[in-house]
Design a protein around this ligand. Structure first.
Ligand code: DGY
Length: 326
């Protein structure tokens, strides 16, 4: 008998077909609406595998209903939407998709940095709204990128890929991470500093750290007050790493110069959110990994992880590796 699995959103046809060849697949078909909680609750006790997204909250309450579940396969590198400890206690494998989205997310991080520094969205709106009368010496002037200092918080795969891009712009690279990365220091000339020094010295502060209880509101009022008045904050990790109320105040009062945000505490961010009213905020709808090729690879890897787990193998990207050591 084929194992039953639930897929929480429409995914590429070829990936779905691959899964259908070995599994009995139920799918939440709506492209733009996350699977409602009650549907998730109904499905979770029927299936051995769930193919889910970062918009699906897989918490302890839900897992209590999961009588047959063997694997939670998340189509994302981040897995803060899943209570991994609760899954581990029940012997349920959790998998993610690192590696395949590194370069694409680094590209977006750098694009957002440049768009914010050079006020691209504001400038484009200015032109489209018919405000452009003449070339003017100080019109829409921004911040330089070439030769500036970038501070990367979270020197994982994506942090390293951003550092590589920064070197191409002759930037001085500072980083703060749980542990030092001698290979990155050697390869990319990055300098390890404590968080306070990074905040004080950087022209660009890039958040690329996972979202955990330790990183919740890691950037708040105090941290923002350490940054340069001309500094720019870029967040392509998770919204919860930043205290958005404090960020709003800092941007409004000129404590820092601008912010480029791809992620928010609440997603989608309400359109009347104060942050969106500020001209010095460039805001994107969580599209860090959104290239066609990368999203295909992420879907393929999510399915591959799931099928490996259901076949009794160790999935390629198992998060709770303690399950195989047990
Ligand atoms: C992730 O993978 O965690 C990103 O936020 C979405 O690609």
């Amino acid at each position: 008998m084929k194992p039953k699995v639930f897929v929480t959103r429409k995914i590429p046809e070829n990936v779905l077909n691959k899964m259908k060849s070995v599994c009995e697949v139920q799918i939440w078909e709506k492209e733009d609406i996350p699977v409602p909680r009650d549907v998730l609750e109904q499905q979770i006790n029927k299936v051995e595998g769930i193919f889910c997204l970062l918009t699906d909250k897989i918490d302890e309450d839900l897992l209590q209903r999961a009588e047959k579940l063997k694997v939670i396969s998340n189509m994302a590198v981040g897995y803060n939407n899943i209570d991994v400890a609760a899954a581990t206690r029940r012997g349920i494998m959790v998998t993610n998709t690192p590696g395949v989205l590194t370069e694409t997310t680094a590209d977006l991080t750098f694009a957002l940095l440049m768009a914010t520094a050079r006020r691209l969205v504001e400038a484009s709106d200015y032109l489209k709204q018919g405000k452009w009368r003449t070339w003017s010496p100080m019109l829409l002037t921004g911040q330089d990128i070439f030769g500036a200092t970038i501070g990367i918080i979270g020197m994982g795969r994506i942090g390293e890929a951003v550092a590589k891009r920064a070197r191409g712009f002759s930037m001085k690279v500072l980083y703060y991470n749980r542990s030092r990365k001698p290979n990155v220091e050697e390869k990319l000339g990055a300098t390890y500093v404590d968080l306070q020094s990074l905040l004080k010295e950087s022209d660009y502060v890039c958040l690329l750290t996972p979202y955990t209880p330790e990183t919740h509101h890691m950037i708040g009022k105090e941290e923002l007050s350490l940054m340069k008045k001309t500094a720019i904050l870029i967040n392509t990790s998770r919204g919860g790493v930043v205290d958005e109320k404090a960020l709003y105040e800092a941007l409004k009062n000129g404590t820092i110069w601008a912010a480029g945000l791809d992620v928010f505490e609440q997603e989608p961010i309400p359109v009347d959110h104060p942050l969106l009213s500020l001209p010095n905020v460039v805001a994107l709808p969580h599209i860090g990994s959104a290239s066609l090729k990368t999203r295909m690879k992420m879907a393929e890897l999510t399915a591959e992880n799931m099928l490996q787990a259901l076949a009794g193998k160790v999935p390629k990207y198992l998060v709770n590796t303690e399950l195989i050591r047990a």
